[in-house]
Ligand binder design. Structure first.
Ligand code: EPZ
Length: 417
């Protein structure tokens, strides 16, 4: 397994271009299942999760052409309704094929995704919503088997504003008979951009970005050409790296509107953050101020930025508290940061951080996608060398991260296994 080696102590300077958003691209590529004919997607990031999604769509019978960051998908020949365990286990977001397959083929057999390092990741709300739309749902031998002659629009209240749950049900409802109302829907930008794509395909959707989304079913949808939005979490990760190393970094091709909570908290921590139309400049302060954060559904502070912000707080001047309200086990990075000298205590879903003057480099292990990014950040700020193992977690969600950090002056390299 590859490792990443980081020599700490350098201030990052320069410009970095943000790639397309993984969590926007996944549902959008899968929405191709709802159409016949060639869909064209540009600014698609080159990531393991994207490759997993393409493998699954090919398995279902789609045709796919890829040229650099452009992916073309024709799902006209899709006839296989089964998403097998060996594909779904590689990426739990594969469950997003459930809604489109039932809508398009009237049946689906999808392996249960199972949990991951950060939590049990249940899909009960996906299944409850699909049942409300008239699908018959059975759980057999680790698979979900869903069938419906034609889904019927219904009012659905989601107990939790689940992001992929909202996306799955939206994609199921666009071809249903009648109107569906999703209440307590997720408001994340990735939900909004999926709705925009579906509308361009001919769907009738109102309210995306609010907690009530209304979908009026149509009889068919047509293929589209779409550019994937920038990855707000990648952008936030680089913003923190500038604050952490007391550097001066300009993030290009990003969407500042998607980063209000992160911008707000970085400014409170003392960083100078200048926002332009599609770029953000972050200048780190000599003294990092301790700031409390609580992860919340959008537009609250994103859980996917919690580990990265914790690294910043670990070398801040005082005491801060980080509450993780979205996932039940998203503090795995804490034990690795403590091995680098961080002073962090955990009580329930809250981490209490007392800032220390400096972290020290050490061999550490990545556990999940965003935690592995936080270990790179810790290595950048630490004195000495940090060696990060199990970086395959990183490759799922960050495109060419070493190249991008090297361009900013970081001493970072990948050692092939
Ligand atoms: C999406 O996951 C993202 N993944 C996650 O990013 C992100 O952390 C998360 O949203 C929260 O923003 C993709 O978009 C592919 P949820 P998702 O359903 O949809 C509970 C990354 O690093 N829940 O919004 O799976 C669930 O257990 C990943 O890129 C149920 O109880 O998250 C969690 O506590 C990590 N039942 C909460 O809701 C359900 O049926 C929010 O989960 C569904 C969810």
């Amino acid at each position: 397994m590859d490792k990443i080696i980081v020599e700490g102590g350098r201030s990052l300077e320069g410009e970095v271009k943000i790639s397309g958003a993984k969590n926007a691209a996944l549902p959008i590529l899968i929405s191709s299942l709802l159409t016949d004919g060639w869909n064209t997607y540009t600014n698609v990031p080159d990531l393991r999760d994207i490759q997993s999604t393409k493998d699954l769509l090919l398995h279902l019978g789609a045709r796919i052409e890829t040229d650099k960051d452009t992916v073309q998908i024709d799902a006209g020949g899709v006839g296989n309704h089964e998403a097998p365990y060996d594909l779904v286990r590689k990426m739990r977001a594969s469950i997003l094929v459930l809604g489109p397959l039932v809508a398009r083929l009237k049946k689906a057999r999808v392996s249960l995704p199972g949990g991951c390092a950060i939590g049990a990741r249940p899909i009960n709300l996906h299944l409850k919503g699909l049942a409300r739309l008239g699908a018959s749902i059975e759980l057999k031998h680790g698979y979900v088997e869903a069938t419906a002659d034609r889904l019927k629009g219904e009012e659905i209240y989601m107990d939790i504003s689940t992001v992929t749950g909202t996306e799955n049900l939206m994609m199921a409802a666009v071809l249903a008979k009648g109107t569906t109302v999703l209440s307590n829907a997720a408001c994340e930008p990735e939900v909004v951009t999926l709705a925009d794509v579906l509308i361009r395909m001919g769907a009738k959707i109102k309210g995306a970005g609010t907690s009530v989304i209304t979908i009026e079913g149509v009889s068919n949808l047509k293929p589209v050409s779409v550019k994937i939005i920038p990855d707000r979490i990648e952008a936030g990760t680089f913003m923190v790296s500038a604050a952490l190393t007391k550097g001066n970094v300009t993030i290009l091709d990003c969407e500042p509107d998607h980063l209000e909570a992160v911008i707000h908290k970085l400014r409170l921590s003392g960083a100078e953050v200048s926002v332009k139309d599609k770029s953000i400049q972050v200048k780190g302060a000599n003294e990092i101020v301790s700031v409390d954060i609580k992860t919340l559904p959008y537009p609250g502070f994103p859980t996917d930025m919690q580990a990265q912000f914790m690294v910043l707080m670990s070398i801040a001047s005082g005491f801060s508290m980080i509450s993780e309200t979205i996932f039940e086990n998203r503090f795995i990075h804490v034990s690795e940061l403590k091995r680098m000298g961080a002073d962090i205590k955990i009580s329930g879903n809250t981490a209490m951080i007392t800032g220390v003057p400096m972290l020290s480099g050490a061999p550490v292990m990545a556990s999940d996608l965003r935690a592995s990014a936080s270990l790179i950040l810790a290595g950048l700020a630490a004195k000495g060398t940090t060696e990060i193992s199990r970086v395959y977690h990183l490759d799922r969600g960050y495109e060419e991260i070493e190249r991008k950090f090297s361009q900013l002056g970081a001493a970072i390299r990948r050692v092939k296994a």
